[in-house]
Design a protein around this ligand. Structure first.
Ligand code: TXA
Ligand code: MG
Length: 348
């Protein structure tokens, strides 16, 4: 088993991390969204070891991270004018764009697709590492495949210890859900995965309407092609069984109490996920605080940590409130919906 170091981002730690990337090794590092598991995107064998460490299916492509826009010309065929606008507005930051790629990027990065997903993170440690190493860095979220993405170095440690040489510890991630993925290569812009940059923000920058991929708030149909391969997989899911409860506030609270007590009487270890405002009202139902129902950013920041805690506590049945799929709420409901396999009960 490999020894895994966890280092605070000192000058020496950053030099070591850069050296590891140049040697073809993996480095986990914080970004403003979630922790990434990085490798030199130009080195096929380094990228393969990402898939091995995560247990990730080979047909799920990776995001390439850069420090500087001028790196794009090294491996992208053309930059659509709309991409320039989005980069002007939202880079560095939690926005990933698809570009037609050259064969400088090995097939393993893009799972053979003709496009490559690229993002420029704003987190100071990610930005400093990318600048120091000067490489395009392929980095998926640093979780074992299928588990919630890591938002602290401890989460990465839980999944990756013994498998990678280094975790840079930058504390908790600010946004807490992964970047927004936008496709501008196939005609009108489409959001493939909602994230920290919202539909409204993208639409006001582009002055056009943006579509959302159909499978963002529902399961992918049996014969439906995944626009973003990652959407095919069970994801973000704790081992327990999550059910979402929607409806008017009063009915939702009633239903949560009912579901919780039925489940407990069947001998299942159970809890509810609820807004801060409802914690005391649900005090008999092992409430887990999602954050304020009026603050989707706070719920996004807490979400993956909350899902990981459910596993640590051995919860079998989990009943959760929902928020409107608006603003960052769309990203929250995409992740929470998939964690629940979109099982939903209407309380009204
Ligand atoms: O915030 C983030 O994006 C984080 C941090 C580490 O940067 N990264 C991340 O990577 O979430 P990952 O691998 O967990 O998710 C990448 C998503 C997947 O859903 C994948 O299918 C999609 O991006 N993707 C990557 N390349 C694509 C491509 N060429 N076409 C369509 N979807 C692509
Ligand atoms: Mg991921």
């Amino acid at each position: 088993m490999m020894q895994t170091k966890v280092l605070k981002p000192s000058h020496d730690a950053m030099m070591y991390a850069s050296e590891l990337l140049h040697r073809g090794s993996l480095v986990a590092f914080p970004t403003e969204t979630v922790y990434g598991l990085g490798a030199n995107a130009l080195e096929e064998s380094a990228v393969r070891s990402i898939f091995a460490a995560k247990g990730r299916p080979a047909d799920n492509p990776l995001i390439v991270h850069i420090a500087d826009r001028c790196q794009l010309s090294d491996f992208c065929l053309r930059i659509p004018p709309k991409a320039e606008v989005l980069m002007d507005n939202f880079w560095p930051g939690p926005l990933t764009l698809l570009f037609e790629r050259t064969d400088v990027i090995p097939d393993v990065v893009t799972a053979g697709l003709p496009t490559v997903a690229v993002r420029m993170p704003s987190h100071p440690i990610a930005a400093a590492l990318l600048k120091e190493c000067g490489l395009p860095v392929a980095a998926p979220s640093a979780n074992s495949s299928g588990k919630p993405s890591p938002t602290t170095a401890e989460h990465v440690w839980d999944d990756m210890r013994g498998k990678i040489p280094l975790i840079l510890d930058g504390g908790s991630c600010d946004i807490g859900v992964e970047s927004t993925v936008v496709d501008l290569c196939h005609g009108d812009p489409v959001i493939l995965r909602p994230g920290g940059i919202t539909k409204d923000m993208l639409e006001s920058a582009l002055c056009t309407e943006i579509q959302i991929a159909g499978s963002v708030l529902r399961p992918l149909g049996k014969d439906e092609k995944a626009l973003s391969p990652g959407m095919r997989y069970r994801h973000y899911a704790p081992s327990g069984n999550i059910t979402l409860v929607e409806g008017s506030e009063e009915h939702v609270l009633q239903m949560l109490r009912q579901l919780y007590s039925d489940s407990v009487s069947q001998g299942k270890k159970s809890c509810v996920l609820c807004f801060t405002e409802h914690v005391s009202l649900l005090s008999d139902c092992v409430p887990h605080d999602l954050g304020s129902g009026k603050n989707p950013e706070e719920i996004a920041r807490n979400l993956f940590k909350t899902l990981r805690n459910l596993d640590a506590e051995g919860m079998e049945m989990i009943f959760s409130e929902v928020i409107p799929p608006e603003g960052v709420g769309l990203a929250v409901m995409n992740r929470l919906g998939r964690a629940a396999s979109f099982r939903t009960i209407h309380a009204d």
